[in-house]
Design a protein around this ligand. Structure first.
Ligand SMILES: Nc1ncnc2c1ncn2[C@@H]1O[C@H](COP(=O)(O)OP(=O)(O)O)[C@@H](O)[C@H]1O
Ligand SMILES: [Mg+2]
Length: 370
Protein backbone atom coordinates (compact mmCIF):
# COMPACT_ATOMS: atom_id res chain seq x y z
CA UNK A 1 0.00 0.00 0.00
CA UNK A 2 1.08 3.57 -0.69
CA UNK A 3 0.20 6.00 2.08
CA UNK A 4 0.18 9.60 0.93
CA UNK A 5 0.47 11.97 3.87
CA UNK A 6 -0.98 15.41 3.24
CA UNK A 7 -2.94 18.24 4.86
CA UNK A 8 -6.48 16.88 4.49
CA UNK A 9 -8.90 14.85 2.40
CA UNK A 10 -8.02 14.29 -1.26
CA UNK A 11 -11.27 15.83 -2.47
CA UNK A 12 -11.41 19.10 -0.52
CA UNK A 13 -14.12 21.40 -1.80
CA UNK A 14 -12.89 23.95 -4.31
CA UNK A 15 -9.49 22.32 -4.69
CA UNK A 16 -9.83 20.81 -8.13
CA UNK A 17 -6.13 20.57 -8.86
CA UNK A 18 -5.53 18.69 -5.66
CA UNK A 19 -8.43 16.35 -6.38
CA UNK A 20 -7.08 15.64 -9.85
CA UNK A 21 -3.58 14.97 -8.47
CA UNK A 22 -4.71 12.38 -5.96
CA UNK A 23 -7.08 10.75 -8.44
CA UNK A 24 -4.19 10.30 -10.88
CA UNK A 25 -2.09 8.88 -8.06
CA UNK A 26 -4.92 6.48 -7.17
CA UNK A 27 -5.26 5.39 -10.78
CA UNK A 28 -1.55 4.61 -11.13
CA UNK A 29 -1.38 2.91 -7.74
CA UNK A 30 -4.06 0.54 -9.03
CA UNK A 31 -2.01 -0.14 -12.15
CA UNK A 32 0.97 -1.02 -9.97
CA UNK A 33 -1.27 -3.14 -7.74
CA UNK A 34 -0.69 -0.89 -4.76
CA UNK A 35 -3.58 0.39 -2.71
CA UNK A 36 -3.65 4.12 -1.99
CA UNK A 37 -4.57 5.66 1.35
CA UNK A 38 -4.51 9.43 1.71
CA UNK A 39 -4.10 10.57 5.30
CA UNK A 40 -2.80 13.39 7.51
CA UNK A 41 0.05 13.41 10.07
CA UNK A 42 -2.53 13.56 12.87
CA UNK A 43 -4.19 10.31 11.75
CA UNK A 44 -0.88 8.63 11.07
CA UNK A 45 0.36 9.20 14.59
CA UNK A 46 -2.53 7.53 16.40
CA UNK A 47 -1.21 4.84 18.77
CA UNK A 48 -3.14 1.95 17.14
CA UNK A 49 -1.67 -0.22 14.41
CA UNK A 50 -4.41 0.90 12.03
CA UNK A 51 -4.54 4.38 10.62
CA UNK A 52 -7.50 6.29 9.35
CA UNK A 53 -7.67 7.94 5.97
CA UNK A 54 -9.35 8.01 2.58
CA UNK A 55 -8.83 4.97 0.39
CA UNK A 56 -8.97 5.23 -3.38
CA UNK A 57 -11.41 3.07 -5.33
CA UNK A 58 -12.38 3.25 -8.98
CA UNK A 59 -16.08 2.43 -9.36
CA UNK A 60 -17.66 2.36 -12.81
CA UNK A 61 -15.01 4.68 -14.15
CA UNK A 62 -15.43 7.09 -11.24
CA UNK A 63 -13.02 7.82 -8.41
CA UNK A 64 -14.40 7.20 -4.95
CA UNK A 65 -12.70 7.98 -1.65
CA UNK A 66 -13.77 5.71 1.15
CA UNK A 67 -13.08 6.70 4.74
CA UNK A 68 -11.44 3.67 6.31
CA UNK A 69 -8.70 2.35 8.59
CA UNK A 70 -5.80 0.24 7.35
CA UNK A 71 -2.82 -1.57 8.77
CA UNK A 72 0.53 0.06 8.11
CA UNK A 73 2.61 -3.09 7.61
CA UNK A 74 3.91 -3.40 4.11
CA UNK A 75 3.31 0.24 3.37
CA UNK A 76 5.45 2.84 1.73
CA UNK A 77 4.87 6.45 2.71
CA UNK A 78 4.80 9.31 0.21
CA UNK A 79 5.30 12.64 1.91
CA UNK A 80 2.91 14.97 0.07
CA UNK A 81 3.08 17.73 2.68
CA UNK A 82 3.36 21.16 1.13
CA UNK A 83 3.95 24.50 2.84
CA UNK A 84 0.40 25.11 4.04
CA UNK A 85 0.03 21.47 5.19
CA UNK A 86 3.26 21.81 7.16
CA UNK A 87 1.91 24.91 8.88
CA UNK A 88 -1.29 23.12 9.90
CA UNK A 89 0.47 20.01 11.18
CA UNK A 90 3.78 21.33 12.45
CA UNK A 91 4.05 19.15 15.56
CA UNK A 92 2.26 16.10 14.22
CA UNK A 93 4.56 16.17 11.19
CA UNK A 94 7.70 16.14 13.34
CA UNK A 95 6.28 13.20 15.23
CA UNK A 96 5.48 11.47 11.95
CA UNK A 97 9.07 11.76 10.72
CA UNK A 98 10.29 10.36 14.01
CA UNK A 99 7.87 7.43 13.78
CA UNK A 100 8.87 6.66 10.20
CA UNK A 101 12.54 6.54 11.23
CA UNK A 102 11.82 4.53 14.34
CA UNK A 103 9.77 1.86 12.60
CA UNK A 104 12.04 1.95 9.53
CA UNK A 105 9.06 2.53 7.25
CA UNK A 106 10.21 3.17 3.69
CA UNK A 107 9.26 6.72 2.75
CA UNK A 108 10.03 9.44 0.28
CA UNK A 109 11.10 12.09 -0.06
CA UNK A 110 13.76 12.42 2.59
CA UNK A 111 14.10 16.06 3.64
CA UNK A 112 17.13 17.49 1.86
CA UNK A 113 19.70 19.12 4.14
CA UNK A 114 20.50 22.83 3.93
CA UNK A 115 21.67 24.25 0.58
CA UNK A 116 25.31 24.38 1.66
CA UNK A 117 25.31 20.66 2.53
CA UNK A 118 23.66 19.82 -0.81
CA UNK A 119 26.27 21.91 -2.64
CA UNK A 120 29.13 20.25 -0.87
CA UNK A 121 27.88 16.87 -2.14
CA UNK A 122 27.58 18.19 -5.69
CA UNK A 123 30.98 19.83 -5.59
CA UNK A 124 32.82 16.59 -4.94
CA UNK A 125 33.52 16.01 -8.62
CA UNK A 126 32.98 18.04 -11.79
CA UNK A 127 29.52 17.73 -13.36
CA UNK A 128 29.77 16.40 -16.86
CA UNK A 129 27.18 18.62 -18.51
CA UNK A 130 27.53 21.87 -16.64
CA UNK A 131 28.76 23.63 -13.55
CA UNK A 132 27.88 24.93 -10.15
CA UNK A 133 28.42 28.65 -9.67
CA UNK A 134 31.48 29.27 -7.45
CA UNK A 135 30.19 29.31 -3.88
CA UNK A 136 31.60 30.30 -0.47
CA UNK A 137 29.95 29.01 2.67
CA UNK A 138 29.11 30.57 6.00
CA UNK A 139 30.29 33.95 4.79
CA UNK A 140 31.08 37.05 6.82
CA UNK A 141 31.01 40.64 5.59
CA UNK A 142 34.75 40.44 4.94
CA UNK A 143 34.30 37.29 2.81
CA UNK A 144 31.63 39.02 0.75
CA UNK A 145 33.84 42.05 0.14
CA UNK A 146 36.71 39.78 -0.87
CA UNK A 147 34.51 37.78 -3.25
CA UNK A 148 33.30 41.02 -4.86
CA UNK A 149 36.87 41.89 -5.76
CA UNK A 150 36.99 38.80 -7.97
CA UNK A 151 33.38 38.64 -9.20
CA UNK A 152 31.61 41.94 -9.78
CA UNK A 153 28.17 40.39 -9.16
CA UNK A 154 27.26 37.90 -6.48
CA UNK A 155 24.29 36.49 -4.58
CA UNK A 156 23.98 36.36 -0.85
CA UNK A 157 21.77 33.34 -0.12
CA UNK A 158 20.42 31.86 3.09
CA UNK A 159 21.21 28.15 3.40
CA UNK A 160 17.57 27.55 4.40
CA UNK A 161 14.76 29.11 2.45
CA UNK A 162 12.83 29.14 -0.78
CA UNK A 163 10.94 31.36 -3.19
CA UNK A 164 13.89 33.74 -3.46
CA UNK A 165 13.23 35.01 0.08
CA UNK A 166 15.94 36.74 2.08
CA UNK A 167 18.40 36.66 -0.80
CA UNK A 168 20.29 39.70 -2.03
CA UNK A 169 21.97 40.47 -5.31
CA UNK A 170 25.12 42.57 -4.88
CA UNK A 171 26.93 44.37 -7.63
CA UNK A 172 30.27 46.16 -7.42
CA UNK A 173 29.96 49.60 -9.00
CA UNK A 174 33.47 50.86 -8.30
CA UNK A 175 36.25 49.63 -5.98
CA UNK A 176 34.34 50.69 -2.86
CA UNK A 177 30.74 51.17 -3.98
CA UNK A 178 28.14 48.48 -4.21
CA UNK A 179 24.51 48.21 -5.19
CA UNK A 180 22.33 45.85 -3.18
CA UNK A 181 19.01 44.63 -4.58
CA UNK A 182 16.64 42.29 -2.79
CA UNK A 183 12.94 41.84 -3.49
CA UNK A 184 11.92 40.02 -0.34
CA UNK A 185 14.59 40.60 2.27
CA UNK A 186 13.04 39.82 5.67
CA UNK A 187 9.82 41.30 4.40
CA UNK A 188 11.41 44.35 2.77
CA UNK A 189 12.34 45.41 -0.72
CA UNK A 190 15.89 46.72 -0.82
CA UNK A 191 17.41 48.91 -3.55
CA UNK A 192 20.39 50.62 -2.03
CA UNK A 193 23.89 51.81 -2.80
CA UNK A 194 26.41 51.10 -0.07
CA UNK A 195 30.07 51.62 0.70
CA UNK A 196 32.23 48.83 2.11
CA UNK A 197 31.38 49.61 5.73
CA UNK A 198 27.66 49.66 5.06
CA UNK A 199 27.81 46.43 3.06
CA UNK A 200 29.75 44.74 5.82
CA UNK A 201 27.07 45.84 8.33
CA UNK A 202 24.33 44.61 5.97
CA UNK A 203 25.89 41.12 5.80
CA UNK A 204 26.47 41.16 9.53
CA UNK A 205 22.79 41.91 10.21
CA UNK A 206 21.64 39.19 7.77
CA UNK A 207 23.96 36.68 9.44
CA UNK A 208 22.21 37.27 12.73
CA UNK A 209 19.04 35.84 11.20
CA UNK A 210 20.37 33.04 9.00
CA UNK A 211 23.45 31.21 7.85
CA UNK A 212 24.52 32.63 4.48
CA UNK A 213 26.50 31.55 1.47
CA UNK A 214 27.79 33.78 -1.31
CA UNK A 215 27.57 32.69 -4.90
CA UNK A 216 28.90 33.87 -8.21
CA UNK A 217 26.16 35.44 -10.37
CA UNK A 218 25.18 33.69 -13.58
CA UNK A 219 24.32 36.19 -16.27
CA UNK A 220 21.08 34.46 -17.29
CA UNK A 221 19.53 34.44 -20.72
CA UNK A 222 16.94 37.16 -21.22
CA UNK A 223 13.82 37.43 -23.35
CA UNK A 224 13.85 40.24 -25.94
CA UNK A 225 11.88 42.35 -23.38
CA UNK A 226 14.67 41.76 -20.86
CA UNK A 227 13.09 39.21 -18.52
CA UNK A 228 15.47 36.74 -16.87
CA UNK A 229 14.84 33.10 -17.74
CA UNK A 230 15.82 29.79 -16.21
CA UNK A 231 14.63 26.22 -16.38
CA UNK A 232 13.09 24.04 -13.71
CA UNK A 233 13.63 20.33 -14.29
CA UNK A 234 11.25 18.17 -12.31
CA UNK A 235 12.97 14.80 -12.20
CA UNK A 236 11.67 11.65 -10.58
CA UNK A 237 12.45 8.00 -10.16
CA UNK A 238 9.83 5.51 -11.27
CA UNK A 239 9.35 1.76 -10.96
CA UNK A 240 12.83 0.88 -12.21
CA UNK A 241 14.46 3.22 -9.68
CA UNK A 242 16.03 5.23 -12.53
CA UNK A 243 15.73 9.00 -12.79
CA UNK A 244 13.71 10.57 -15.56
CA UNK A 245 12.67 14.08 -16.57
CA UNK A 246 8.97 14.54 -15.79
CA UNK A 247 8.68 18.21 -16.69
CA UNK A 248 10.73 21.07 -18.08
CA UNK A 249 9.35 24.45 -17.09
CA UNK A 250 10.69 27.74 -18.42
CA UNK A 251 10.56 30.33 -15.66
CA UNK A 252 10.35 34.00 -16.60
CA UNK A 253 11.14 36.59 -13.95
CA UNK A 254 9.11 39.77 -13.63
CA UNK A 255 10.58 42.65 -15.63
CA UNK A 256 13.30 44.33 -13.59
CA UNK A 257 13.59 41.44 -11.12
CA UNK A 258 16.66 39.24 -10.77
CA UNK A 259 14.45 36.43 -9.43
CA UNK A 260 12.86 33.85 -11.69
CA UNK A 261 10.80 32.16 -8.97
CA UNK A 262 7.12 31.68 -9.75
CA UNK A 263 6.26 32.70 -6.21
CA UNK A 264 8.22 35.91 -6.61
CA UNK A 265 5.94 37.18 -9.37
CA UNK A 266 7.44 35.15 -12.21
CA UNK A 267 5.63 33.35 -15.00
CA UNK A 268 6.01 29.81 -16.27
CA UNK A 269 5.73 28.03 -19.60
CA UNK A 270 5.80 24.30 -20.10
CA UNK A 271 8.64 23.19 -22.38
CA UNK A 272 8.33 19.46 -21.78
CA UNK A 273 6.74 18.50 -25.06
CA UNK A 274 7.30 19.72 -28.57
CA UNK A 275 4.93 22.63 -29.23
CA UNK A 276 4.64 25.95 -31.01
CA UNK A 277 5.10 27.65 -27.66
CA UNK A 278 8.33 25.80 -26.97
CA UNK A 279 9.62 26.67 -30.43
CA UNK A 280 8.80 30.34 -29.89
CA UNK A 281 10.48 30.41 -26.46
CA UNK A 282 13.65 28.75 -27.74
CA UNK A 283 13.76 31.08 -30.73
CA UNK A 284 13.35 34.18 -28.60
CA UNK A 285 16.26 33.00 -26.43
CA UNK A 286 18.30 31.87 -29.45
CA UNK A 287 18.65 28.45 -27.89
CA UNK A 288 18.77 25.23 -29.91
CA UNK A 289 16.52 22.32 -28.87
CA UNK A 290 19.68 20.45 -27.90
CA UNK A 291 20.24 22.88 -25.00
CA UNK A 292 17.15 21.57 -23.25
CA UNK A 293 18.28 17.99 -23.74
CA UNK A 294 21.72 18.94 -22.44
CA UNK A 295 20.22 20.67 -19.39
CA UNK A 296 18.13 17.54 -18.79
CA UNK A 297 21.30 15.46 -18.67
CA UNK A 298 22.79 17.93 -16.22
CA UNK A 299 19.70 17.69 -13.99
CA UNK A 300 19.79 13.87 -14.13
CA UNK A 301 23.49 13.83 -13.19
CA UNK A 302 22.77 16.05 -10.19
CA UNK A 303 19.89 13.81 -9.13
CA UNK A 304 22.04 10.68 -9.40
CA UNK A 305 24.74 12.27 -7.32
CA UNK A 306 22.31 13.24 -4.57
CA UNK A 307 20.79 9.76 -4.66
CA UNK A 308 24.19 8.34 -3.68
CA UNK A 309 23.88 10.18 -0.39
CA UNK A 310 20.08 9.88 -0.02
CA UNK A 311 19.14 6.46 -1.42
CA UNK A 312 15.39 6.93 -0.98
CA UNK A 313 15.32 10.23 -2.85
CA UNK A 314 12.71 10.00 -5.62
CA UNK A 315 11.57 13.52 -6.49
CA UNK A 316 13.64 16.62 -7.21
CA UNK A 317 13.18 20.05 -8.71
CA UNK A 318 16.45 21.25 -10.19
CA UNK A 319 16.95 24.82 -11.34
CA UNK A 320 19.21 25.20 -14.35
CA UNK A 321 20.39 28.64 -15.39
CA UNK A 322 21.89 29.06 -18.85
CA UNK A 323 24.39 31.88 -19.13
CA UNK A 324 24.60 34.16 -22.12
CA UNK A 325 27.68 32.19 -23.28
CA UNK A 326 25.42 29.05 -23.07
CA UNK A 327 27.26 27.49 -20.12
CA UNK A 328 24.76 25.66 -17.96
CA UNK A 329 24.66 26.05 -14.19
CA UNK A 330 22.69 24.38 -11.43
CA UNK A 331 21.93 26.79 -8.60
CA UNK A 332 19.15 25.14 -6.68
CA UNK A 333 17.79 21.68 -5.84
CA UNK A 334 14.39 21.25 -4.20
CA UNK A 335 13.28 18.06 -2.50
CA UNK A 336 9.64 19.14 -2.53
CA UNK A 337 9.27 20.80 -5.91
CA UNK A 338 6.08 22.81 -6.39
CA UNK A 339 3.35 21.17 -8.45
CA UNK A 340 1.49 24.37 -9.22
CA UNK A 341 3.92 25.13 -12.04
CA UNK A 342 3.08 21.82 -13.73
CA UNK A 343 0.44 21.27 -16.40
CA UNK A 344 -2.17 18.55 -15.93
CA UNK A 345 -0.26 16.23 -18.28
CA UNK A 346 2.88 16.76 -16.20
CA UNK A 347 1.03 16.17 -12.92
CA UNK A 348 -0.22 12.94 -14.47
CA UNK A 349 3.34 11.87 -15.33
CA UNK A 350 4.56 12.93 -11.88
CA UNK A 351 1.91 10.82 -10.15
CA UNK A 352 2.71 7.84 -12.34
CA UNK A 353 6.32 8.11 -11.19
CA UNK A 354 5.29 8.50 -7.55
CA UNK A 355 3.24 5.30 -7.72
CA UNK A 356 6.04 3.50 -9.60
CA UNK A 357 8.71 4.62 -7.18
CA UNK A 358 6.49 3.60 -4.25
CA UNK A 359 6.41 0.12 -5.73
CA UNK A 360 10.16 0.16 -6.27
CA UNK A 361 10.87 1.16 -2.66
CA UNK A 362 8.52 -1.50 -1.32
CA UNK A 363 10.38 -4.16 -3.29
CA UNK A 364 13.93 -2.92 -2.81
CA UNK A 365 14.01 -0.95 0.39
CA UNK A 366 16.24 -2.51 2.99
CA UNK A 367 16.18 -1.11 6.45
CA UNK A 368 19.73 -0.05 7.36
CA UNK A 369 21.63 -2.79 9.20
CA UNK A 370 23.55 -1.67 12.27
N1 LIG B 1 24.00 32.22 -8.99
C1 LIG B 1 22.91 32.79 -9.51
N2 LIG B 1 22.97 33.48 -10.68
C2 LIG B 1 21.88 34.06 -11.21
N3 LIG B 1 20.65 34.05 -10.64
C3 LIG B 1 20.54 33.39 -9.47
C4 LIG B 1 21.65 32.73 -8.85
N4 LIG B 1 21.22 32.16 -7.72
C5 LIG B 1 19.92 32.46 -7.62
N5 LIG B 1 19.50 33.20 -8.66
C6 LIG B 1 18.11 33.71 -8.86
O1 LIG B 1 17.45 33.72 -7.62
C7 LIG B 1 16.38 32.78 -7.61
C8 LIG B 1 16.26 32.11 -6.25
O2 LIG B 1 17.48 31.46 -5.91
P1 LIG B 1 17.56 29.97 -5.38
O3 LIG B 1 18.98 29.68 -5.08
O4 LIG B 1 16.87 29.10 -6.34
O5 LIG B 1 16.78 30.03 -4.00
P2 LIG B 1 15.30 29.60 -3.58
O6 LIG B 1 15.49 28.33 -2.81
O7 LIG B 1 14.84 30.72 -2.72
O8 LIG B 1 14.51 29.40 -4.82
C9 LIG B 1 16.72 31.84 -8.74
O9 LIG B 1 15.55 31.22 -9.22
C10 LIG B 1 17.34 32.77 -9.76
O10 LIG B 1 16.36 33.51 -10.43
MG1 LIG C 1 14.99 28.03 -6.41
Amino acid sequence: MLIAVTGGPPDMAGRLRRKFTFEQLGKYCEQYELGLLVTTPAYYNTPTSRIAGWQYKAQQGKSVWQKTKVRTENAVVYDAMYLEDLKTYKRAYKQLRRNLERFKTPYFNPVLPAKDAVYRVLEQAPLRYGRLPATLYNVTGADVLRMLQESPRIWLKPTFGSGGRNMAFIERLSPRRYRVAADRFFGKRVRQEMDSIELRAFVHAARKQRNYMAQEHVSLLKTPEGRKVDFRYTVQRAETGKWDVVAVTGRFGALGSELTNFHAGGEVKSLTFESEERKAVLESLQLPESSLFHAGNLALTVAQRLEQVHPTLGVLGIDVGIAQDKTQYVYDCNGRPGRDILTNAEVDAAMKSVAGFGKFLLLHHRAPVF
